[in-house]
Write a protein that binds this ligand. Structure first.
Ligand code: ACM
Length: 386
């Protein structure tokens, strides 16, 4: 089926980030990143003289609504391009829609891996870029007895399956794996806190997302725990969640991501200042925001290079595309549509800022199917700059 790509005065793109519901904290951050980049592209004259025109919808953190809205955007011919989705359950709903109509989903979120679609450009980290270095760091510094806690949906369950293998490969053990409802409130974590106290793991690996993250960390803090001795480590607790829970609650906990607001360098400094000028704050700048930001720029550059907006033309130039992002130079791997990304591990300090503890010296090639035996490869010959 041929898709109309709008009239000849603009490049319409669908924007599917939730401004309401359980993951609004982080998706608002992604929305801001995309909108900042769209402003930058348009202020620079657009692509081939045409501005990018965002069609912003709010799926309310409900995966089914993502599918319905994607169907409306792409199926009805409003656009062939969507920037969107945080939860993997949302991406899984949108996937058949973009595949059926040969559209393009730019997905700016870390996820569990084990997926490839010619209709998705993956901008977040795969497990070899974040779970693996995080596990190695935790075993080096805290010990090898892991307690898993996650929200009950596909990303936490699959991510834990991968993490369990990594921990076992490293000679560690998973003492418990516990799931809470996606909408879990503060009281829903008391059983988890009791279990942690009873089992005394060395470290907690959390795949809780959204408001559940805020509730979990607050419950943990409220139980007189010591994060410096037994931290919560996560891939889904970013600056926006830390701002929501408060610095006191977050201090000492650990996150792995390609980007933190605290990354050094002029490129990131400029990005932060432009974000501050547009949104009046910087607390919501996260790795997912940065990924949404650089994916819009990749799209604009692809339009300029391809000289056309149809999916096949865009895909041909997006594969192998590079961009000087706030995290450093990134590149789309033509083998799998995922991105070469930096790998960083950071700890929250008393002000609520992430202080980088470990950092790869170069972008890590994405390996979404973990084809390379993990701990036997680069984790034993790490290219860390600190
Ligand atoms: C996620 O669900 N990929 C965070």
């Amino acid at each position: 089926m041929t898709i109309a790509t709008g009239d000849d005065s603009a490049w319409p793109v669908g924007i599917l980030f939730s401004q309401t519901g359980v993951t609004a904290i982080i998706e608002q951050s992604q929305l801001n990143g995309a909108l900042l980049a769209i402003d930058e592209v348009n202020e620079a004259g657009g692509a081939m003289g045409r501005p990018i025109e965002p069609i912003i919808l709010d799926p309310g953190s409900d995966p089914v609504r993502y599918r319905q809205m994607a169907e409306r955007l792409i199926g009805d011919g409003q656009t062939n391009v969507i920037f969107g989705c945080y939860m993997s359950s949302s991406r899984k709903e949108v996937l058949p829609v973009v595949e059926r109509y040969n559209g393009l989903l730019f997905y700016p979120t870390l996820y569990e891996g084990f997926e490839y679609s010619p209709n998705v450009i993956y901008g977040g980290a795969a497990p070899n870029q974040n779970s693996l270095p995080l596990a190695t760091y935790l075993m080096d510094h805290f010990g090898s007895r892991f307690f898993f806690v996650g929200s009950d949906y596909i990303y936490p369950r699959e991510s834990n399956r991968v993490m369990r293998n990594i921990v076992r490969q490293g000679g560690g053990e998973v003492v418990a794996e516990h799931y809470v409802d996606l909408e879990a409130g503060p009281e829903d974590f008391s059983e988890v806190i009791d279990k942690i106290a009873a089992l005394e793991p060395d470290v907690i690996f959390s795949t809780v997302v959204g408001t559940g993250t805020v509730n979990f960390y607050r419950a943990y803090y409220g139980a007189n725990t010591d994060a410096s001795k037994r931290p919560i480590a996560s891939l889904t607790t970013n600056e926006a969640e830390v701002a929501a829970m408060g610095a006191q609650v977050a201090e000492g906990h650990i996150t792995a991501a390609p980007y933190f607001r605290s990354v050094a360098g002029e490129r990131n400094h400029d990005f932060i200042e432009r974000y501050r000028a547009k949104f009046g704050e910087v607390e919501t700048i996260t790795s997912c925001c940065e990924a949404a930001y650089f994916q819009v720029h990749l799209y604009a550059n692809a339009l300029r290079l391809a000289g056309a907006g149809n999916t096949d033309s865009l895909r041909a130039v997006l594969c192998g595309a590079e961009f000087e992002a706030p995290q450093g130079r990134i590149k789309i791997d033509p083998e799998n549509n995922h991105a070469y990304l930096l790998s960083r591990i950071a700890k929250v300090d008393e002000s609520g800022d992430f202080v980088i503890q470990r950092e790869a010296s170069r972008p890590i090639k994405p390996d979404p199917y973990l084809a390379v035996p993990a701990l036997n490869d680069w984790a034993h010959t790490p290219a860390w700059v600190r």
